[in-house]
Design a protein around this ligand. Structure first.
Ligand code: RB5
Length: 149
């Protein structure tokens, strides 16, 4: 199950992504927002990310205007590794090397066609583990207030 969230600027892109996931038969839970009326991205970021933290969803896809604000908010949720991506390579390797569990995109940055490609590669790329796990552990240590240097 994929958690989806957006602010008002990201809402139209989220709708396109939902159509794409429907066609692919991927199940999702849309935590909002549900229109282009002003809606602050921190709220949907936290709500969608909490579903992953609670184990109710596997990954999160978030959209705002740039993808940046909503990724900043998502990365404040403990256990979330959010990546703001607008290219294929980053969306692939943030899974393979960073074990990202949250993909953020900007509706004012990329079109729906590319966004859906990024969604596909993000959802279908496995984490490689190995030396990358050490780095993920260090990120978690920083999150827990430990000094890693
Ligand atoms: C909303 O106008 C816009 O600031 C927001 O969607 C996002 O781009 C922030 O990072």
């Amino acid at each position: 199950m994929i958690a989806l969230g957006s602010d008002h600027a990201g809402f139209p892109l989220k709708e396109e992504i939902k159509k794409h996931l429907d066609e692919a038969g991927v199940q999702y839970l849309d935590v909002g927002c549900y229109s282009e009326e002003r809606f602050d991205y921190a709220k949907s970021a936290q709500k969608a990310c909490d579903l992953v933290v609670k184990g109710e969803c596997d990954k999160v896809i978030l959209c705002c205007g740039t993808g940046v604000g909503i990724s900043m908010a998502a990365n404040k949720v403990k256990g979330i590794r959010a990546a703001c991506c607008s290219d294929y390579f980053s969306a692939k390797y943030t899974r393979a090397h960073n074990d990202a569990n949250c993909l953020c995109m900007g509706a004012r940055v990329i079109g729906a066609g590319l966004a859906c490609e990024l969604v596909d590669v993000f959802l279908n790329t496995e984490f490689e583990g190995g030396r990358h796990q050490t780095r993920i552990d260090q990120i978690a240590d920083i999150e827990n207030g430990k000094t890693v240097y």
